[in-house]
Design a protein around this ligand. Structure first.
Ligand SMILES: Nc1ncnc2c1ncn2[C@@H]1O[C@H](COP(=O)(O)OP(=O)(O)OP(=O)(O)O)[C@@H](O)[C@H]1O
Ligand SMILES: [Mg+2]
Length: 315
């Protein structure tokens, strides 16, 4: 298979995904935000488009998605438009030579999206060639998921889903994607990160103070992007916005990426447990000092829990 010029370091995933689709299974691409789900799906769409009719459903409202589906169904396999939608003056021609989009596009845009999707589903079902539908995001509100379910009944679907999706909302769709046919995108390797950055720098003018600063910047991209392409692009765009990238800029990147937030909750809970235990021990052995100390500890624990920790979370 030809390597994609558009994405880096996803050859294995691309091969696996293409083979799943060629087998006729539905495919789900999962992974965290910005990891490259849509990018992989786009490459797949292009690849499979050479083999069979493919439709692309972009992210959007129920109406936009329904319209996009109808329009592309019309282009690729022929939409079965009810004659009531065709203006009377074109009916004769429509019967002879088929429907032109400009006659019906506006009426279809005004249709309730549920009816529109049903019309699409009927057309896909009647299509001589099996149709492949690409769905950029399964991040759908329940009513939209419901609307889309009829498409999954009649067509093969490849879709992306954020790892943090609230899955119960789209249960009606999800069972159509067998577990073994899911592809989880993991962070890119450092080499892939570097390649993305170098390709980008070849095409965009960014001034570096020196070659050493450029090298340090690339190392920072490798290390601090966490292998997430959206983060790599963010770093590149930030750098491009500077008149010149200096050592200080690079250091700032590393610093920002390097700050991690430790969850202190278990420590505080443990601390409270120790303090409470200490109070009982103090009573048991009759030590006033320990009792007082434990009281102070309790006060501190409460202060940390209610005042300091909320401030840490507020950033
Ligand atoms: N393997 C890759 N090589 C080069 N660029 C990539 C790669 N993967 C993604 N990108 C680029 O990174 C950016 C983010 O990727 P993309 O939008 O596909 O992520 P996503 O997982 O769909 O994010 P979201 O969860 O927000 O929908 C895009 O500009 C995309 O072109
Ligand atoms: Mg996406």
């Amino acid at each position: 298979m030809a390597e994609s010029a558009e994405i880096v370091g996803r050859d294995r995933e691309l091969r696996q995904a293409a083979s799943t689709l060629r087998k006729g299974s539905n495919l789900l691409i999962t992974g965290r935000a910005g990891i490259g789900k849509s990018a992989l799906l786009r490459v797949l769409h292009e690849l499979m488009g050479g083999e069979r009719p493919c439709l692309w459903v972009p992210e959007g409202t129920a109406k936009e998605q329904a319209y996009a589906l109808a329009r592309q169904t019309h282009e690729h396999v022929g939409l079965r438009v009810p004659e009531t939608l065709i203006p009377a003056r074109f009916l004769g021609r429509a019967r002879r030579e088929g429907v032109h989009w400009r006659w019906v596009g506006r009426a279809i845009r005004r249709m309730p999206s549920r009816d529109c999707v049903q019309m699409v589903a009927d057309s896909l079902e009647a299509s001589a060639q099996p149709v492949l539908v690409f769905m950029e995001s399964l991040e759908l509100p329940p009513s939209q998921a419901e609307q889309f379910a009829v498409v999954l009944e009649v067509a093969q679907v490849a879709a992306c889903m954020d790892a943090a999706n609230r899955r119960e909302r789209i249960r009606r769709l999800l069972w159509r994607f067998p577990e073994q046919e899911r592809i989880e995108l993991r962070p890119l390797t450092r080499e892939a990160c570097r390649e993305i950055a170098e390709r980008w720098l070849d095409e965009h003018p960014v001034r570096f103070e020196s070659d050493r600063v450029r090298a340090a910047f690339l190392r920072a991209v490798e290390q601090d992007s966490g292998g997430v392409p959206a983060a790599i692009l963010g770093m590149l765009e930030t750098a491009a916005a500077e008149p010149e990238v200096t050592r200080a800029t690079v250091r700032q990147f590393s610093h920002e990426a390097g700050v991690t937030y430790v969850d202190m909750t278990p420590v505080v809970i443990l601390g409270v447990a120790v303090v409470i235990a200490a109070r009982y021990v103090a009573r048991g052995v009759g030590s006033a000092e320990l009792y007082v100390l434990a009281g102070i500890g309790m006060g501190l624990a409460v202060a940390i829990r209610f005042f300091v920790m909320p401030m840490m979370g507020r950033r």
